[in-house]
Design a protein around this ligand. Structure first.
Ligand code: FAD
Ligand code: FES
Ligand code: MG
Length: 283
């Protein structure tokens, strides 16, 4: 059991939990994720380790309520416990000192990008962060990103804060202005990562994306998370989730990402109908 020692509502439908998980905290590196199960009937939910504190034995997770399982997770309070958490999983990022890195984050993707920006910053790399959200209310991790970045630029789809438009517009302006980073790191929804790769391909800038393919076991056994990278089939849970974005077949991945929509819709409807009696408040 993993006790929730801190719960914060960062934005509408976006929550942060700090959870006791000493073994995972001791080995967590940027790019790692974990899979949790809230209770014995719970679906397996993969989430990125947004931060870790080996001294305190805790990890931080940030999640957006997009369906049945993440909505149920969001009902947990401080003091409640999560049944099991498996991790750290995935191949951590190979982070070295570079001259300049641009971190492009879309929506809740800013939480997974934070440990990478922090690691680059600690090595002395110049970090330029571009953080996009739908509206000002949805911009999260502002203070954290400002602490680990030399510059942060914001965009909102509705123009309520920063640049009016998609975060890829900000990126295009920077690259068109002559900036040539050693690497762009992009984390966010698949269409945003695909759009980022299109922009960076035009300017010939290496781009690493973090793929949120549908995962079940998270350890390379089920094949659910397979993606095509450079024409080869890869399991994103073990060989990723980070890949060279210019080699990812985004069209195939986006099609695969919707393959359980009917089941997910039904699960949400059933959950809403029975939420009162759900088992999510177990300690
Ligand atoms: P559902 O209604 O079941 O699904 C909604 C959509 O979420 C689906 O259409 C599908 O595209 C996606 N999804 C559903 N189940 C899975 C699954 N098992 N694996 C991957 N995607 C799924 N989200 C965050 O908010 N914060 C994170 O830090 C984060 N990190 C992730 C790291 C990895 C390596 C992966 C693979 C995913 C990550 N996600 C993260 C996405 C998160 O796992 C899904 O949003 C969540 O599982 C949706 O579950 P649901 O039952 O609430 O929604
Ligand atoms: Fe099962 Fe990757 S999630 S093989
Ligand atoms: Mg689900």
């Amino acid at each position: 059991m993993h006790r929730i020692i801190k719960r914060e509502e960062l934005a509408p439908k976006i929550k942060l939990f700090v959870v006791e998980a000493p073994e995972i905290a001791a080995h967590a590196r940027p790019g790692h994720f974990f899979v949790l199960r809230m209770h014995e009937h719970g679906e397996r939910i993969p989430l990125t380790i947004a931060d870790s504190d080996p001294g305190a034995g805790t990890i931080t997770m940030v999640f957006q309520e997009v369906g049945k399982s993440t909505c149920e997770l969001g009902t947990l309070e401080e003091g409640d416990s999560i049944l099991d958490i498996v991790g750290p999983l995935g191949t951590p990022r190979d982070i070295r000192r570079l001259d300049t890195v641009v971190c492009v984050a879309g929506g809740v993707g800013v939480a997974p990008i934070y440990p990478e920006a922090k690691a680059f910053h600690e090595l002395g790399t110049r970090v330029i962060s571009l953080v996009g959200a739908q509206t000002k209310d949805m911009l999260i991790f502002k203070d954290r990103m400002e602490t680990v970045s030399d510059e942060v630029h914001y965009s909102t789809d509705d123009g309520s804060f920063g640049y009016h438009g998609f975060v890829t517009g900000l990126l295009r302006d920077l690259l068109a202005g002559g900036l040539r980073p050693d690497e762009v790191v992009a984390i966010g929804p698949l269409p945003m990562m695909r759009a980022t790769c299109k922009v960076t391909a035009e300017f010939g800038v290496k781009t690493i994306v973090s793929l949120n393919a549908i995962m079940v076991d998270g350890t390379g056994m089920c094949g659910s998370c397979r993606v095509t990278v450079d024409g080869k089939t890869m399991f994103s849970c073990v060989e990723g989730p980070a890949f060279d974005g210019h080699k990812v077949d985004f069209e195939e991945l986006m099609a695969r990402q919707t393959r359980f929509l009917a089941e997910e819709k039904l699960a949400m409807e059933r959950y809403k109908a029975h939420a009162e009696g759900c088992k999510c408040r177990r300690k």
